[in-house]
Design a protein around this ligand. Structure first.
Ligand SMILES: Cc1ncc(COP(=O)(O)O)c(C=O)c1O
Length: 457
């Protein structure tokens, strides 16, 4: 096994992960206790990490533990924690003007950000941008826009999809019944199709010999259940995130795009987790050369500085009338300043290329682990968005949720943050700024943690 360095690892300040007290430590425990008395019980806090400060790929908790975060603060901190350029850009903006009513008047940064987004999203056609405050709001806007434009009541989504928790976005989601329980009636008109989850094919077939049975299924539904002329749009994540980084086979989305063109449906790509360079392309749909009509982004857009979501649509699709949709804080000055600076960082520092390069290395190392490990059934993903599906038995593919949880906890004990997904998947999504030393260190810790779990089970 490669030697693990515990100190002097960070290009940014040379600290490295260091666990000085069991997590949660005494200070963290007190805050968690206070939290349990006043905060909504609906949050799903898996680990009791209580943050204090952060830099680069590292976050320090309130007890002084320094953790290497290979989840990018849940896929938000593409530029790492507290990027100095983002802070300077935001400070500059705040000293000048903190708020102006962007829904009723104008300011330049909204326009500049919109111009930048129309340039980097796929499709060489004129586009328009709507700004909201979150991923869910970005999806709501896409959903409403598709209905408004087509005047059609139905929409196709996928089993295992996660698009957010507002009523519209929740109605399009089916990653967990918890998101629906006791909230009915949901927004009507949503038909869920099986996602192409080839490792566990819903049709029991093997890719690529299946002849896209999942597409045949949709075509059959269009004959028997869902009148295609009533469908406004298809919404999909290019790679399902919450359900465990499930990557559709090559050619799948091209078939879906064909269906959209045949039936005049709008193709909505929810790139909230996959967009802005994370998968080694600016947008994940580019891996298959598929051009969506609407792209939803949020999470990494402002680098975690201020809430923002954006819905970028073909100009002829986003044709709703004034007043049809707006939000007081959507695309606010501070978020726009951070997002514009972020766009410059991506470009100047070649972060998309870095994501592809670091991602290739990570994929190779994790694939080697898959070969050696009895618990890793499949490593999959693209760029810096990789998932490991954990199984009790590689032949039967029986899920291993307990072992998965043990591995996440074991890694955390060693100062490494990785994240759960699906029923027995570990998600790894380091910041796009990650350099070889940090990645190597993180993967070494991950490998050691895996060995420890394999020793225990
Ligand atoms: C693919 C996807 N869409 C939408 C959302 C919702 O985003 P938000 O939590 O900002 O509303 C998420 C959040 O995890 C997501 O991963």
């Amino acid at each position: 096994m490669r030697k693990q360095k515990i100190t002097k690892t960070s290009k940014w300040n040379g600290v490295g992960p260091k666990v000085v007290v069991d997590i949660p430590g005494p200070r963290a425990k007190k805050i968690v206790e206070r939290d349990s008395k006043v905060m909504s019980p609906s949050y799903t806090r898996a680990e009791a990490i209580v943050a204090s400060d952060g830099w680069g790929c590292y976050v320090r908790d309130v007890d002084g533990n320094v953790l290497l975060d290979l989840s990018s603060g849940m896929f938000v901190l593409n530029y790492g924690y507290s990027h100095p350029r983002l802070i300077t850009a935001v400070e500059r903006q705040m000293k000048k003007l903190t708020h102006f009513a962007g829904t009723d008047f104008y300011y330049e940064s909204q326009v500049e950000l919109a111009e930048r987004l129309t340039k980097i999203t796929p499709g060489n056609f004129s586009k328009r941008v709507y700004f909201g405050n979150s991923g869910a709001e970005s999806v709501e806007a896409a959903f409403k826009c598709a209905r408004w434009h087509t005047r059609r009541p139905r929409i196709i989504s996928y089993t295992g999809a996660f698009h957010g928790r507002t009523f519209g976005a929740m109605s399009l989601s089916s990653a967990n019944v918890l998101h629906h329980r006791n909230f009915s009636p949901l927004v009507p008109g949503v038909s869920f199709m099986p996602y192409p989850y080839c490792y566990r094919c819903p049709f029991g077939k093997e890719c690529p010999d299946c002849g896209f049975a999942c597409i045949d299924f949709i075509r059959d539904q269009l004959r028997k259940v869902v009148p295609p002329e009533e469908v406004a749009a298809v919404i999909t994540e290019p790679i399902q995130g919450t359900s465990g980084y499930i990557v559709p086979p090559d050619g799948y989305f091209n078939e879906i795009k064909k269906l959209c063109e045949e039936n005049d449906w709008i193709f909505i790509a929810d790139e909230i987790q996959t967009g802005l360079g994370r998968t080694g392309k600016m947008f994940a749909m580019e891996h298959w050369g598929v051009v969506p009509d609407i792209v939803c982004i949020a999470k990494a857009l402002s680098g975690g500085i201020a809430p923002i979501g954006a819905t970028i649509a073909k100009a002829k699709v986003m044709d709703w009338e004034p007043g049809a949709h707006a939000s007081t804080f959507g695309g606010n000055l501070v978020a726009c300043a951070a997002a514009i600076e972020g766009m410059k960082i991506i470009e100047e520092q070649n972060l998309v290329k870095n994501a592809a390069k670091m991602g290739d290395y990570m994929f190779k190392r994790l694939k080697e682990l898959e070969e050696k490990s009895k618990l890793i059934g499949e490593v999959r993903g693209k760029g810096l968005l990789l998932g490991l599906e954990m199984v009790k038995d590689k032949r039967t593919k029986e899920r291993a949720p307990k072992e998965r949880n043990m591995l996440v906890e074991e890694a955390l004990r060693r100062g490494l943050i990785v994240f759960r997904g699906g029923r027995s998947v570990i998600r790894i999504a380091p910041p796009l700024i990650i350099q070889p030393e940090e990645l190597e260190l993180g993967l070494n810790i991950f490998e050691e943690s895996l060995r420890e779990v394999e020793r225990k089970v």
